[in-house]
Write a protein that binds this ligand. Structure first.
Ligand SMILES: *[C@@H]1O[C@H](CO)[C@@H](O)[C@H](O)[C@H]1NC(C)=O
Ligand SMILES: *[C@@H]1O[C@H](CO)[C@@H](O)[C@H](O)[C@H]1NC(C)=O
Ligand SMILES: *[C@@H]1O[C@H](CO)[C@@H](O)[C@H](O)[C@H]1NC(C)=O
Ligand SMILES: *[C@@H]1O[C@H](CO)[C@@H](O)[C@H](O)[C@H]1NC(C)=O
Length: 781
């Protein structure tokens, strides 16, 4: 027997020992053993087994040896996971003896085998043998319980399901070696909480029904207690629950709680509930197997009733769809049926009360009267006298079909125009209605009349009375506007557009007829009137008509039946014609007429202008005299510093210099043309103002000392007073400035070339004492 075989037997014996968990002494292993003459490279050494959870450590697993060298001249080592790789330090080796030790407790569920490499070196460190593999297998122990995947398994099955129907599957796992019994699981049902209705497959965990008679209406949910055990059912166990819900089927039909229902309904109303038809159904509330749906089988051919389902209680609610009438039918006998929305299951028992009789008594109530015609339309002539009959607005009472119990009254009559006979409904006017009433809409007047019966409480009907007010032609048309102007030239211009208005409404108004008054036939000789449209006509002169106001008499007629007409005066102002035949504006006309003005008129105008100028001059002079004492007090006040009050006095010559705004010469020549034979009285003559320009005086230099200011001003004032060419600075006004190109020329052209020496102001003395000073200043004597 060769050495290899011996080793194999040794190993076998050792492996068996380990699997029993009782390791014997370490066996020697010759991993590099060679059969002479045969080279066995990569010799696979059988694996070494060691049980997990072995606690007596360190424990000598095996001894490796090389048969090449003597003991003591070889150094052994191992490498690999469990030695110098994670998990480190599980195994170690005695480098001289070659004994391999287990240093830690093993867990097969973490690492089930280790693969190490063994080396044999000489003392010098050189390799004696090729490295070889050493495999250590961890042997399983039943150290893990089975575990259910869920704590509670849920399943559904229809009630009444056949035996063997799959419900759900329970699953468990076991961490132990699945190759061994340690992980061989077996399922079972420990408790069912009642009769044995479910079974579980012990190998697969599938739960199925085993019996008929699952009834949701008896038990809706089953709670099974499940167990799983390893070691084929003898080992460790775990527990879970299975909740099995029975799903509803429509195995119960809805049934009325009674065979007959007695209800009462009110007549003449619709949409009201009459009563409830209670039903019961054992199926799942809220599901289509439970919800009732009702139908009326017979007794309601006219569709007076409808039934809807109360979603909360499943009862049928009978309501009135069309108003009931006690007088035509006092008792309705209905046959109603109920069923589910979902079809009934074939296995369900036939319902006993799937139909019921419903008796509905109709109560008599007081119904409102009704107007025979509503709204009632009628018509009445405009301005109808008080007491005029309008209409009879009568109603009937559906309860009794009698008329005499009703009474009538007004509800709405904004003009308080109508009067209602309370007993008969006859309506007449109380007074005349104003045609201008705001309640007259497009010729219609609306009133509301009530008809009430004498029951208590009374019922009332509301009727609308619409009265058309028929227009009467009581107004003649009126010229609008009653005056106008036109060009008197017959060939030119559009003439005068005449309009008219009429207070009546159509058909008693337009079209209007315009006519020159037939009473004044000579009018038609000079004027013509042509109709433009329904409301307008055009007046034109036939011949050239003198300018000025003409009063024409016109006859206007409307189209009413009978027509109304009226003679009216029209003020026509015949104006001066413009080129296009329109009227020239007033001032333009005057200018156009300027050439033709008589000389007398011109002289009168010029004289008026001269007088106005003179008056202005006088007013200015007066103003200057009045100012002088004021100046004195200002300048000689004992405490006043004159510099506070005198400003810019070197502008005194501004009136003379300021000639851009107007030609001041025009103001200095106020003498009208004296036409021969036209006395003008004594014309105002001036002899002071020169007609030529005086050169403006050079501005005087300021005094060097403030004490000289008063003298300086006084000198300035005297110079100004002595300067006759300067009109008062603040009273010069432009009162008329003629434009260029006038035939009459400018006013200044009227001036004579008289020198101022020739003029005399002596007459000023005649004007009274107030003018004596003027006369002193300007007069010769
Ligand atoms: C099922 O039964 C077990 C034991 O009787 C109980 O602990 C568990 O709560 C039950 N589950 C349900 C959902 O009722
Ligand atoms: C008609 O016109 C002529 C000439 O302008 C005038 O003399 C006459 O009075 C006018 N007739 C009437 C009726 O206005
Ligand atoms: C009649 O003619 C006048 C003037 O052309 C115009 O203002 C008016 O609106 C017209 N009326 C009708 C009813 O056409
Ligand atoms: C027409 O003219 C006359 C006389 O000038 C005057 O009295 C009357 O008020 C005028 N009528 C109208 C409507 O202008």
């Amino acid at each position: 027997m060769d050495a290899a075989l011996l080793l194999a037997l040794g190993l076998l014996a050792q492996g068996l020992g380990l699997s029993r968990g009782v390791p014997g002494g370490p066996s020697a292993l010759y991993p590099w053993h060679r059969v002479p003459g045969r080279v066995r490279r990569a010799w696979v050494i059988p694996s070494i087994s060691v049980s997990e959870n072995y606690k007596r450590i360190p424990y000598t697993l095996v001894q490796i040896k090389s048969d090449k060298q003597q003991l003591g001249s070889i150094i052994y080592s191992i490498q690999g996971p469990g030695v110098d790789e994670e998990p480190r330090g599980v195994f170690s080796i005695d480098k001289f003896s070659g004994k391999v030790f287990l240093n830690a407790m093993l867990d097969r569920e973490k690492t089930d085998r280790f693969r190490l490499r063994a080396f044999a070196l000489d003392l010098g460190g050189s390799t004696l043998e090729d490295p070889t593999d050493l495999e250590i297998v961890v042997v399983d122990q039943n150290d893990n319980r089975p575990v259910f995947r869920e704590e509670v398994f849920t399943g559904h099955v229809l009630e009444g399901a056949a035996p063997g129907t799959f419900v759900t599957r329970a699953e468990a796992t076991d961490a132990d070696d699945p190759e061994t019994d340690n992980a061989a699981l077996r399922y079972s049902i420990v408790a069912q909480g009642g009769p044995e209705l479910f079974s579980i497959d012990e190998l697969t965990g599938e739960i199925r029904t085993v019996q008929v008679g699952l009834d949701r209406e008896v038990v809706a949910v089953y709670n099974l207690t499940l167990q799983v055990a390893d070691m084929s059912g003898d080992g460790l166990t775990a527990t879970a629950f299975a909740l099995i819900t029975l799903d509803d089927i429509n195995d119960h039909a809805p049934e009325f709680t009674r065979d007959e229902f007695f209800l009462e309904a009110v007549e003449a109303v619709s949409g009201v509930d009459v009563g409830r038809l209670e039903v019961q159904d054992a199926d799942l509330p809220g599901s289509p197997n439970w919800v009732a749906s009702f139908s009326i089988l017979e007794g309601d051919p006219d569709g007076h009733f409808s039934i809807r389902t109360d979603p909360g209680t499943n009862a049928g609610i009978l309501s009135v769809a069309k108003p009931l009438d006690h007088e035509s039918c006092a008792l309705h006998q209905l046959r109603v049926a109920v069923q589910n929305e979902a079809p009934l299951h074939a296995a369900a028992p036939k319902p006993r009360r799937g139909q019921a009789t419903v008796s509905v008594r109709v109560q008599d109530t007081n119904e409102a009267p009704e107007f025979l015609e509503n709204p009632l339309r009628t018509s009445l002539a405009e301005g109808a006298a008080p007491g005029t009959h309008v209409a009879i607005f009568s109603a009937r009472d559906p309860d009794t079909q009698q008329l005499q119990r009703l009474s009538y009254s007004k509800d709405y009559d904004p003009e308080d125009w109508l009067q209602v006979d309370g007993a008969t409904g006859r309506i007449q006017t109380r007074r005349a209605l104003s045609p201008a009433s705001p309640f007259l809409k497009s010729g219609w007047y609306r009133a509301i009349i009530l008809a009430s019966d004498d029951a208590s409480p009374p019922r009332t009907a509301t009727g609308t009375l619409s009265i058309e007010i028929l227009e009467v032609n009581d107004h003649a048309p009126v010229l609008n506007p009653p005056a106008g102007s036109l060009c008197g030239d017959p060939g030119r211009g559009p003439g005068l557009l005449l309009g008219a208005t009429d207070e009546d409404l159509p058909p008693h108004a337009a079209p209007f007829h315009f006519q020159l008054s037939p009473g004044v036939p000579e009018l038609a000789r000079n004027w013509s009137v042509t109709q433009v449209n329904a409301s307008h006509a055009r007046l034109r002169p036939r011949f050239r008509v003198a300018e000025g106001l003409h009063r024409l008499s016109l006859l206007l007629r409307d189209s009413g039946q009978p027509p109304r007409q009226r003679e009216q005066l029209l003020n026509v102002t015949v104006c001066r014609c413009a080129q296009d035949g329109a009227c020239l504006p007033a001032n333009a006309a005057r200018r156009a007429a300027g050439a033709g003005l008589s000389l007398g008129a011109l002289l009168v105008a010029l004289a008026s202008a001269a007088l106005l100028l003179l008056l202005l001059l006088l007013a200015a002079l007066l103003g200057r005299f009045r100012r002088r004492p004021l100046d004195k007090t200002l300048l000689h006040g004992p405490l006043d510093d004159p510099r506070d009050n005198v400003l810019d006095y070197h502008e005194q010559g501004g009136g003379e210099e300021d000639q851009d705004a107007y030609d001041i010469n025009q103001l200095r020549h106020p003498i009208g043309l004296r036409a021969p034979g036209v006395p003008l009285g004594r014309p105002p003559l001036r002899c002071d103002a020169p007609f030529s320009h005086r050169p403006p005086q050079p501005p005087r230099g300021l005094p060097s000392s403030p004490t000289d200011i008063a003298d300086f001003i006084r000198e300035g004032l005297e110079a100004a007073d002595g300067d006759p060419s300067v009109p008062p600075y603040d009273t010069a006004l432009i009162y008329d400035y003629e434009g260029d190109g006038s035939v009459a020329g400018t006013l200044s052209s009227i001036l004579s070339s008289l020198g101022d020496e020739d003029q005399g102001y002596d007459y000023l003395r005649d004007w009274g004492p107030r003018f004596t000073r003027l006369a002193d200043m300007y007069g010769h004597s």
